[in-house]
Design a protein around this ligand. Structure first.
Ligand code: NAP
Length: 307
């Protein structure tokens, strides 16, 4: 029986681990599908306080893990397949094994959203990617396309210009969701071409098992045309990782955990932290702050219960 199990090993989960470990609660961290979370596939993080020169995302998150382990946090590779939260202790099925815990911190984050085209799904890893940092270097001197109109799309497009000869950024509207500074940076980059009010209807060429181009459609006049590209990056947001908790804890229509104040869910003893609940800020520092809140609430809950 654990005092606390933390699901997820991104900024939120690692910070919750540091705090609960330091409070002698001997937390178990289940690392999930993407150990280290979104920072593990980021390049330079320039806005995490305390690093005036910036710090590499994977280094930052690994440092957090080491810090938690220093205080006794235990990490296991694995994914939560099923959860039973209707009675205490809570039960979690992790890689075929059931584990029990008095409190639970859900910090399972959010995963990349895809366009949903059959050709996109078939070409993932074969020229279609959701992570410029991971795959950008394959496109040295080549032409790539990025879809999306938020900060992620701007960041990915900018990053890709380090390698690619040309980056086309496709967005479905005229107005961009991205912050002014990120949008300006992309607009001022001579390698980035903007294509607004357009969508991608098809990615070629499934028969060749590689990306050779796309079919685009202008949403204002309905005109369709083909464009040659060698790589295709999707940056259209994320989907919260809450599948095992569906029907058990309050989720909003998009699957994000509904907060019941602070880090509380509707179930006493189950807390949320990070992008699995936060659809607004979604920053490394806010996720870390949320992990700290969840840890403090778990500690107080256990204390009130006499543990
Ligand atoms: P986002 O802000 O939700 O933007 C998603 C974009 O994808 C929107 O422009 C949306 O279009 C478009 N989109 C969604 N579904 C689509 C579809 N099926 N087909 C075509 N386009 C589609 O997501 P994000 O850019 O990943 O950013 C998430 C959060 O992280 C934001 O708060 C952002 O500020 C933050 N972030 C910050 C930084 C940074 O500061 N360094 C970097 C990355 C992300 P519509 O606009 O038409 O809805």
């Amino acid at each position: 029986m654990r005092n606390v199990i933390i699901i997820g090993s991104g900024c939120a989960g690692n910070t919750a681990a540091i705090y609960t470990a330091r409070a002698n609660l001997n937390p178990l961290v289940v690392m999930g599908h993407e150990p280290g979370g979104q920072l593990s596939i980021t390049s330079l993080v320039e806005n995490f306080p305390g690093f005036p020169e910036g710090i590499d995302g994977p280094v930052l998150v690994e440092n957090m893990k080491k810090q938690a382990e220093t205080f006794g946090a235990e990490y296991v590779y694995g994914v939560v397949e099923e959860a039973q939260l209707s009675s205490r202790p809570f039960r979690l099925k992790i890689d075929e094994e059931w584990r029990e815990t008095r409190t639970l911190i859900i910090a399972s984050g959010a995963s990349a959203r895809w366009l949903g085209l059959p050709s996109e799904q078939k070409l993932i890893g074969r020229g279609v990617s959701s992570c410029a940092t991971c795959d950008g270097a394959f496109y040295r001197g080549r032409k790539v396309m990025v879809v999306g109109g938020g900060d992620s799309a701007m960041e990915e497009a900018n990053f890709l210009t380090r390698f690619a000869s040309e980056v086309t950024l496709v967005h479905r509207r005229k107005d961009f969701r991205a912050s002014k500074i990120m949008l300006e940076r992309a607009r001022n980059n001579p390698k980035i071409k903007f294509l607004h009010s357009a969508v991608v209807d098809e990615i070629y060429d499934v028969s060749k098992n590689e990306v050779t181009g796309v079919r685009l459609r202008n949403l204002e006049d309905g005109r369709s045309w083909d464009q040659q590209v060698d790589g295709f990056f999707v940056a259209i947001g994320h989907i919260p990782n809450t599948k095992p908790f569906r029907g058990q804890i309050d989720l909003d229509p998009e699957g994000y955990i509904v907060s019941h104040g602070g880090a509380r869910t509707n179930i006493p003893g189950v807390f949320h932290a990070g992008d699995v609940q936060d659809r607004i800020y979604r920053q490394a520092i806010t996720a870390s702050g949320a992990g700290c809140m969840a840890a403090i609430e778990a500690e107080r809950f256990l204390e009130a219960e006499g543990h």
